[in-house]
Write a protein of this length. Structure first.
Length: 296
């Protein structure tokens, strides 16, 4: 399963590669250099990075030390180890370029709808009227895969696909790959009739984390579908503080009390209100933003 993605800024490629060790996306420094200098010559971009890297070793050792070498395909078609930076590192690097191109790049990188996050968010908005999931599918693994494929299709080549590698975040390891299918089969059989049953199923699916990325955004829609069908309720996510939510989810594998309290207090009967749904998508994506990163 490939773990590469390509993002475009002014029709220029900015390649990203999945760093399994850190469970995050890292971006090719030479692509960033090419964009900021409007330089399409690979050799010239590489030479400029050598110069800038030597300069930064004196001025900003922390930025240089943040680079990690991962394999990416070069113009000659072969894969070479190349310097990469995470989102925070890309932002720090771009700020070293005192020109209007850097400002425009930063606006795009952090905020623009042209990013994978921005594009998937626009697709998530259209889920409202898609009719993608039938009532009999709600709460199933297949339904969750459909949601993930709908949001991230055409953006990630693993959209809708169950991961085959073990991943972790913040020191917590999600369901090991070799046991993931068994875990998903067990979760699928969990009941989803009462509020407590639905949240318990949601918490277990979060622990499983079936996809390489995009789990949180997909499972929150999945959760709302279960609430709508079984309780004729949905979550007004704008009523749930980001920090409170993240802390509650971190605790949920051992104690689901906090997340149940938050969700219970945010339930609304406005299941047919499109504004509630759209606002929910906005907050769902906001929960995933962390120092410019989208990692959950």
């Amino acid at each position: 399963m490939s773990k590469l993605s390509i993002r475009f800024f002014n029709d220029r490629e900015v390649r990203a590669v999945w760093d399994e060790a850190q469970s995050t996306w890292r971006f090719a420094v030479l692509d960033i250099i090419g964009v900021l200098n409007e330089e399409s010559d690979y050799t010239k971009a590489r030479n400029y990075w050598k110069y800038l890297k030597a300069k930064l070793k004196i001025e900003d050792k922390q930025l240089v030390s943040a680079t990690t070498q991962l394999k990416l395909t070069a113009p000659d078609g072969k894969k070479y180890l190349t310097d990469t930076l995470d989102s925070a590192g890309v932002i720090a690097l771009a700020r070293r370029f005192p020109n209007t191109k850097a400002s425009k790049f930063l606006d795009w990188f952090i905020y623009s709808d042209n990013t994978i996050d921005g594009q998937s968010k626009k697709k998530a908005y259209t889920f409202w009227g898609s009719g993608l999931i039938g009532d009999t599918e709600i709460g199933s693994v297949k339904a969750l895969q459909k949601i993930h494929a709908y949001i991230f299709g055409g953006l990630y080549d693993f959209a809708g696909k169950i991961r085959s590698v073990t991943i972790s975040k913040g020191g917590f390891t999600f369901a090991p790959a070799q046991f993931l299918n068994l875990a998903l089969a067990r979760i699928e059989k969990m009941p989803e009739t009462t509020f407590d049953e639905i949240v318990d199923k949601y918490v277990e699916m979060n622990v499983a984390h079936p996809f390489l990325e995009g789990n949180g955004r997909s499972t929150r829609i999945w959760l709302d579908l279960m609430f709508r069908r079984s309780l004729n309720m949905c979550v007004d996510w704008s009523k749930i503080n980001k920090t409170d939510y993240l802390n509650a989810m971190k605790k949920s594998p051992a104690d689901s009390g906090a997340i149940k309290c938050l969700l219970q207090g945010a339930l609304t009967s406005k299941v047919g209100d499109r504004e509630i749904f759209m606002k929910g998508i906005d907050y769902s994506y906001y929960y995933e933003q962390e120092d410019g990163n989208v990692q959950v």
